[in-house]
Design a protein around this ligand. Structure first.
Ligand code: BG6
Length: 468
């Protein structure tokens, strides 16, 4: 079977991880411009000042994407390029940059899929409380409207936020991302709610503009599975899925937060400050979501947590590998002997993607979905100057097979975006961990080179995945 004609084969990036040009053409400072320079926060002190210089090389990069046959490029817009202080004046140079980038995609027939927020928050807003302050939600809505009006004639696919769980959890529970706050569940849940009302208002505004494109949000998709049949571990997995899936997906797709979590938040005094009006906004916005984006890297194998210990909030503990207790100490994620893992300890499990998609269909029906990120973080093998990233090919192949199977089962999946189109800055792992189809030589002027996976993905796209 070939993939259906309306299925998009894409690849993704994010502004802070590729652009560089951190202080050029009127861009304002962001939380990450500051945070990444605090000693010890990132791997070997890496930051996005230059990143892979996509800001200056986007033409070369998009030409390579076109050569690969890429059908869609998911990129993110840096809010601080558009509105440098978050909610004040518009920076025309910022608009110009994304106009050029979008036009360059369209020149080759590549569908631009734009994310409005992939974690780089204007510093002025961060200093004023960031996502804890509803000023940030309002500012986001204003910024989103500026983008819809400037780019909406050509951008017909919008994602409001990328992975709320990650920037809120790492921002307010482990402290590994800005604003670097540790162990503050009250703030964590507040930040999430403030993001969701910003999302809800932004999609309502988008629909009013009648640009006839589609809009949604992207969440991490990390379904939890019990390590065995013991009732206490099954309960732990249920708890994990309520806090990690339902808490995020329900308010977007059903318009209300899940009862199970709500009840516990109330008992613990963690309920966000919200108004009836905001809860109503979530309800009325829910049916307006055109799709949900899923970033799938790994599932979680969980068991009841029976070790009462203080969490150590190190950077290493925040880079995604299992082996930690949940923030509320109810469950623990574990590595299992019979599973396969990447060099960074992330489980490789295409079968769990398929199983998870079935769970989503059962809970949320036929909602349209895109895999907006999926890929292998690796230290790629280089043999005689060639980047032979066979493990990446095997990884993506297996996951695309799962996607194909899901489509055959009637799951409404409309695209797959590999993470990432080009090697880029990993927030906490620097440049050592690579994801791209295109290699960037940090020892030679950031020169681009096609990896083995580049040619492989090109072929997959050409034959629309028939031989997968
Ligand atoms: C996702 C993010 O969480 O995972 C990306 O959306 C990120 O921005 C990717 O790069 C991979 O994470 P890491 O830690 O391996 O770079």
């Amino acid at each position: 079977m070939k993939f259906p004609n309306d299925f998009l084969f894409g690849a993704a990036s994010a502004s802070y991880q590729v652009e560089g040009a951190w202080n050029e053409d009127g861009k304002g400072l962001t939380n990450w411009d500051e945070f990444s320079k605090i000693p010890g926060k990132t791997f070997e002190g890496t930051n996005g000042d230059v990143a892979v210089d996509h800001y200056h090389r986007y033409k070369e990069d998009i030409k390579l994407m076109a050569e690969m046959g890429l059908e869609s490029y998911r990129f993110s817009i840096s809010w601080a390029r558009i509105i440098p202080d978050g909610d004040g004046e518009i920076n025309e140079k910022g608009i110009e940059f994304y106009n050029n980038l979008i036009d360059e995609c369209l020149k080759y027939g590549i569908v631009p899929f734009a994310t409005l927020y992939h974690w780089d928050l204007p510093l002025t807003l961060e200093k004023d409380g960031g996502w804890i302050n509803k000023r940030t939600s309002k500012a986001f809505v204003k910024y989103a409207n500026v983008c819809f009006k400037a780019f909406g004639d050509r951008v017909k696919n919008w994602i409001t936020f990328n992975e709320t769980v990650v920037f809120c959890r790492l921002g307010y529970l482990t402290g590994a991302h800005p604003p670097g706050i540790e162990n503050d569940p009250k703030k964590y849940f507040q930040a999430i709610h403030n993001v969701f009302i910003a999302h809800a208002q932004a999609i309502k505004d988008y629909k009013k503009l009648k640009q006839f494109g589609e809009i949604g949000i992207t969440h991490v998709f990390g379904p939890a599975f019990s390590i065995d049949d013991k009732p206490e571990n099954k309960e732990a997995a249920y708890h994990a899925n309520q806090y990690e899936i339902a808490w995020y997906y329900d308010p977007i797709l059903k318009g209300e937060y899940p009862e199970y979590v709500l009840k516990q938040l109330e008992e613990k005094g963690w309920t966000p400050d919200w108004t009836e009006e905001e809860l109503e906004l979530l309800k009325t916005a829910a049916p307006l979501n055109d799709f949900i984006g899923l970033n799938y890297y790994q599932p979680f194998r969980v068991k009841k947590n029976d070790i009462a210990e203080e969490q150590e909030n190190s950077r290493e503990n925040s880079t995604g590998a299992p082996g930690n207790a949940s923030f509320d100490n109810v469950y623990r994620t574990v590595m299992m002997d019979d599973k396969k893992y990447t060099k960074w300890g992330w489980e490789i499990a295409p079968d769990a993607l398929l199983e998870g998609l079935r769970m989503l269909k059962a809970d949320y029906g036929d909602v349209k979905m895109y895999i907006t990120e999926n890929g292998l973080g690796d230290q790629d093998p280089i043999i005689e100057g060639e980047i032979v990233d066979i493990p990446r090919i095997k990884f993506i192949e297996a996951h695309l097979k799962a996607v194909k199977e899901a489509i055959k089962e009637g799951i409404n999946l409309k695209g797959y975006y590999a993470w990432s189109v080009i090697d880029l800055l990993s927030w906490l792992n620097g440049y050592k961990k690579q994801y791209g189809f295109i290699y960037v030589d940090h020892n030679d002027n950031l020169n681009r080179k096609k990896k083995a996976s580049f040619y492989w993905y090109k072929q997959v796209i050409e034959e629309r995945g028939e031989s997968l």
